[in-house]
Design a protein around this ligand. Structure first.
Ligand code: C2E
Ligand code: MG
Ligand code: MG
Length: 702
């Protein structure tokens, strides 16, 4: 064919855009134009005479082509075959469209095959389809022209921004308008894009609703044929939620999640800064440490959710009572701390101002808190420490406030104390005492008994009093170790132990004619009483010992009963129904009202020894003692005076109408054996309290 290049057909073959192949009746190649050479890589002389089907197709495609060719050939018809897979000489697959025609002339039948390589077009089509799917991603996507005018947006864009597609298309994207961003971010983006053709960063946008939100934006420039930017494609995700939660995580690292106040960690950072600033200005820095009194009791009795609500409200009240620049933190539990800055240079003046602030806070927290229809009242103990110019660690200043706060607690709570070196020493002594007590209990402990007598000085019973004698023979006063045991929780096993000893003693007395029928009073601490197991533990102690419950008398202090009266009454009644009796100890030192006392199933009222001590000389004490006796009588309770030391006191109390007495005048607390000897001495004629009928506690049996 190449020898006769001048016919129009040959011209067409030479210059055709498509590959053209001529076939004989058997499907063998008879002509193969330059475009076919280009398309398949075979030279004409290499392929002429070969079957086309097997030369450019593989496997099933070869068979399919052969079949189609057969059909066209037999019918002398024509056919278009799109999307065939052919194989280039190098082995790579190309996709082709074919059109076949078969004509019959004098020389026989002849086939013409036009072939076009459509690989690139198919690739582009596929890419478009993939792009269309990718465009509908979860990221907001915007296609813009080279001037940032929006051409197309996806559904995520609509969802995130609130703008419908038709509202956005045709406008310049706000993300790329000046004045909408931080100047710096905007300039960085606009300068990077034409040059680097890519930019990403965090930017601010505004939703249709007006809400500002932050997005992570990635913009890619698309180059046109002339290598100039023809389009921009922007993809963005809404990161406002992530940002908020990241900020929250960071916030929580330094804040207490309940009150949102700074936590201990943050507090120490602030304190360090405040102390450094105070140093520079030769000023003072003050730490106030506030601890809610008996918070555990509140938590235990009204529930933790009320306790939590209370802590939140305390935080708010503190915030409201202080200046914005003062730091308030919750260090943990019921402990709050405050830093006061910018305090004058004069130490004396600082102390006065610090005390004023502390008093203001104590007052603010002293007002009732309304929580779930309850009016909760609290008191706080406050410790104050003042930085005094010398460079000291912030932890030290906090520790000193802590020591002062402990001092406030041990001075009876609900008060304010400044740090001083003496309180530090006493705190250290407390730690030592606590350690010693833990290892000494119960080996070094014993229960002693102090006699109680009636108006005719006949024995009624005794009060059990715990004693701790250390190995060196030195006795530690219960006034010292009981509050410590109460605080550390050791009072629970300790109180139980006393109760068990007392019950055993009662049972022991039951077998002795002179002791039978004596009552035994046992002191119960607040923590012990409020423990869930309290009622059970008393009943168990009675059952195990076999003691008569009617002879057991539990002494509660006003402090125990002042809050949560319903639960208190419930517990008391549960024990009362088994015969156990109750006395209120140290009466007159608390705040109980008559109406309040009326609700408690009490047998006995004990006038505190502080009113007895100066009866002879102090008219106020006399008036109080007289009022207490009157109150007890009007409520039908027996009144006992404790701490009676002189005959004159006995006389006065008897005249006031006091029913029973306890004190050194009659007997000091001693061992059970000593008590037995004493009682024996008092009752020479073998009359036991029961037999004489003087035993007032047993007049009424339950
Ligand atoms: P309390 O229950 O008011 O006990 C009376 C205290 O007064 C006892 O002090 C007793 O020794 C003392 N006392 C008795 N007569 C006189 C007197 O004529 N003059 C003076 N000045 N004092 C007198 P004690 O034994 O030191 O106990 C102090 C407090 O420790 C008790 O006060 C009680 O609240 C507590 N306590 C003692 N033993 C126990 C116990 O087993 N459990 C609990 N929870 N508390 C206990
Ligand atoms: Mg007592
Ligand atoms: Mg007492």
């Amino acid at each position: 064919m190449s020898q006769q290049p001048c016919s129009p057909w040959d011209q067409a073959m030479q210059h055709a855009f498509d590959a053209i192949v001529l076939l004989d009746a058997q499907g063998r190649v008879t002509a193969w134009n330059p475009q076919a050479e280009k398309c398949f890589g075979w030279q004409a002389h290499e392929i002429i005479g070969q079957a086309l089907a097997t030369s450019i197709f593989d496997g099933d495609q070869a068979a399919a082509f052969a079949r189609e060719w057969q059909g066209v050939h037999q019918a002398h018809s024509h056919l278009v075959l799109p999307h065939f897979r052919a194989v280039h000489r190098t082995g790579h697959v190309i996709r082709i469209d074919l059109s076949l025609a078969c004509t019959q002339n004098a020389a026989g039948s002849q086939g013409v095959v036009f072939i076009r390589d459509v690989s690139e077009r198919l690739d582009a089509d596929n890419a478009l389809r993939v792009a269309a799917v990718a465009f509908q991603s979860l990221e907001g996507m915007v296609v813009m022209d080279g001037c940032y005018t929006i051409l197309k947006v996806n559904q995520a864009f609509v969802d995130i921004t609130g703008y419908e597609a038709h509202e956005a298309v045709g406008r310049v994207s706000a993300l790329f308008r000046p004045g909408r961003q931080d100047e710096e971010v905007y300039l960085a983006m606009r300068s990077a894009l034409p040059e680097k053709r890519f930019w990403q960063g965090e930017v601010w946008d505004r939703r249709k609703s007006g809400e500002r939100y932050s997005v992570w934006l990635r913009v890619t420039a698309v180059l046109g044929v002339n290598q100039e930017v023809s389009h921009y494609v922007a993809a963005f995700v809404d990161i406002s939620k992530q940002r908020a939660s990241a900020q929250r995580v960071q916030f929580l690292d330094f804040h207490d999640p309940l009150t949102d106040l700074p936590n201990r960690r943050f507090f120490l950072v602030r304190l360090r800064q405040a102390m450094a600033a105070a140093d520079r200005k030769s000023e003072h820095c003050v730490v106030l440490l506030l601890d809610v009194d008996e918070f555990k009791g509140i938590n235990d009795t009204v529930g933790h959710h009320v306790g939590d609500a209370l802590l939140k409200k305390i935080g708010k009240r503190l915030r409201m009572s202080l200046h914005a620049e003062d730091t308030i933190a919750r260090l943990g539990g019921d402990e709050f701390a405050v830093i006061l800055q910018g305090m004058a240079t004069e130490t004396q003046e600082v102390a006065i101002r610090a005390r004023n602030v502390a008093e203001r806070l104590v007052h603010a927290l002293g007002l009732p808190f309304a929580i779930e229809q309850r009016a909760l009242e609290i008191t706080v103990s406050v410790g104050i420490s003042v930085s005094c110019g010398t460079r000291r660690a912030s932890e030290d200043l906090l520790k000193q406030a802590d020591i002062a706060m402990y001092r406030a607690k041990s001075d009876g709570r609900n008060c304010i104390r400044f740090f001083d070196t003496a309180s530090q020493a006493s705190l250290e002594a407390r730690f030592a005492l606590n350690a010693a007590m833990r290892s000494a209990f119960p080996q070094q402990f014993a229960v002693h008994y102090q006699l109680q007598v009636d108006a005719a000085q006949r024995p009624l019973g005794a009060e059990a009093l715990l004693r701790w004698t250390q190995s060196d023979g030195i006795a530690v006063s219960p006034a010292q170790f009981i509050p410590l045991a109460e605080e550390t929780g050791l009072i629970l096993p300790m109180g139980l132990w006393v109760l068990q000893q007392a019950c055993k003693q009662l049972q022991h007395w039951a077998c002795e004619p002179t002791m039978r029928g004596l009552t035994l009073a046992v002191n119960v601490s607040a923590r012990q009483f409020h423990a869930e197991t309290f009622v059970r533990s008393v009943l168990d102690a009675l059952a195990h010992s076999g003691a008569n419950p009617n002879l057991l008398k539990l002494e509660l202090t006003e402090g125990i009963t002042i809050n949560h009266i319903d639960q208190v009454v419930q517990k008391m009644q549960a024990l009362r129904s088994h015969g156990v009796r109750f006395a209120i100890d140290d009466f007159g030192t608390g705040y109980s009202s008559l109406a309040y006392l009326k609700r408690l199933p009490l047998e006995q009222l004990k006038i505190d020894q502080t009113f007895v001590r100066d009866l002879e000389t102090d008219n106020n004490d006399l008036a109080i003692a007289s009022a207490v006796v009157g109150m007890g009588r009007s409520l039908g309770m027996q009144v006992v005076a404790e701490g009676v030391e002189t005959a004159q006191q006995v006389e006065i109390l008897r005249a006031l109408g006091c029913d029973a007495f306890q004190g050194y005048y009659f007997a000091r607390p001693g061992t059970a054996q000593a008590l037995g000897v004493d009682i024996q001495r008092r009752m020479p004629q073998s009359t036991s309290p029961l037999e004489t009928g003087h035993h007032q506690f047993l007049k009424e049996t339950s």
